[in-house]
Design a binder for this molecule. Sequence first.
Ligand SMILES: Cc1cc2nc3c(=O)[nH]c(=O)nc-3n(C[C@H](O)[C@H](O)[C@H](O)COP(=O)(O)OP(=O)(O)OC[C@H]3O[C@@H](n4cnc5c(N)ncnc54)[C@H](O)[C@@H]3O)c2cc1C
Length: 397
Amino acid sequence: MRVLIIGAGIGGLALAACLERRGVSDVVLVEQAVKQRGTGAGIQITSNAVHVLEWLSLKDELEKIGHISRGNIYRDIDDGHLVLHAEGGDQVSEMYGNSNYQLNREDLANMLRRRLSKKIQLYSETCVGVRMDGKKAVATLSNGEEIRGDVLIGADGVGSVTRNYISDDGAAQFAGVACWRSLIPGAEAAQIPLDRHSHAWFGKGRSVVAYWVGHGAYLNFVGSVEADEELRSSWRAKGTAQDLRNSFQGVTPIVRDLIEMVRSPFITGIYKHRPLDRYYKDSIAVMGDAAHPMMPYMAAGAGQAIEDSFALAWCLDSADGNIAVALSEYDERRRCRANRVQRASEEMANIYHHGNSVSTIGDTAFRNLVRGTGAGHFRDWLWSYNIVRDMRDRSVD
Ligand SMILES: Cc1cc2nc3c(=O)[nH]c(=O)nc-3n(C[C@H](O)[C@H](O)[C@H](O)COP(=O)(O)OP(=O)(O)OC[C@H]3O[C@@H](n4cnc5c(N)ncnc54)[C@H](O)[C@@H]3O)c2cc1C
């Protein structure tokens, strides 16, 4: 079976690694930005996705490039008062079987690249269209070349070309949020008194998240603001430090000091799509942000892409070459959960700064919304899930 994967971001790389681990190595990756590295971003990989990295024998490496998050601290962005301290560290590991990690996004991508063997083919091209030709799935590249496979998986992110084959819902819509990013060198950021929690400050119309990555090599900064003007989605577009400062005037001193340290920030628009009612058509499927792009407020999108990878590799390998059965099972196993995370991330955007910000609803209501109680707690249903165990338990073979 030949598998074509469009996009070698976290999702596409994880899928190639999972396929190889299952013994499927006739895999072709098509990536438009092979040479453009350096996204200037950190990432939190939560326990649910760590189970898959562990299955890929990458947990030791993960521990080398990342560190365990001590938890989440939420404060008001205007006056800095503490709203919620949510436990992390060993407690997460005890409850969910693995910890949450904070790391440099580029280190994560490089770790996945190193996991791939030389058998995996890489095309450094943009895919401009996908279609079926009889039983074969076909990707057309920008140089005019066509490549064929038994199955084609779109891991091509929020602006997915592949998604257009599956759904007629058109282009992703600007979500009215601009996201500033920077990795502040550790030596400089050490002056800011922040420990190894993930720290968030939020209020009406804006929020900031900061956490250490690379064992203290950098402090990852993400600042979100509501924006009327549409901004393109890009991991590499730059904004100016002055515009960043202008967007965060009057914030609590620690956030102001953080922002003062940002010299050359990246900026991206956040885009969204409605949840899909199926993830495949014929022998073409979507995964990761191509299937369920999310607002970044639950730090969950890459984790869902990693879960998709495991499910796809499992289904493709188990279906004995029957692609229709494999993709139908993938859809059944993944769509309900990933769409739920997609919807919850959008609700979290409202809680963070659109309508129900802490300044509007008060600390107690915010704590209840974020943490909830019992099964309503998003950490429970999001972080406790173990797709490796679940698919093994539910498998008949
Ligand atoms: C500011 C911010 C912070 C975030 N923080 C977290 C976090 O802490 N934890 C978390 O789990 N998630 C987080 N996310 C979400 C996470 O980044 C995404 O969900 C994740 O990157 C999705 O991976 P993907 O591989 O599906 O898509 P992408 O990462 O978008 O990768 C798509 C790849 O496909 C390539 N591509 C696109 N189109 C084509 C084409 N036509 N031809 C060839 N190649 C193509 C692109 O170049 C890219 O390499 C965050 C997102 C943002 C914006």
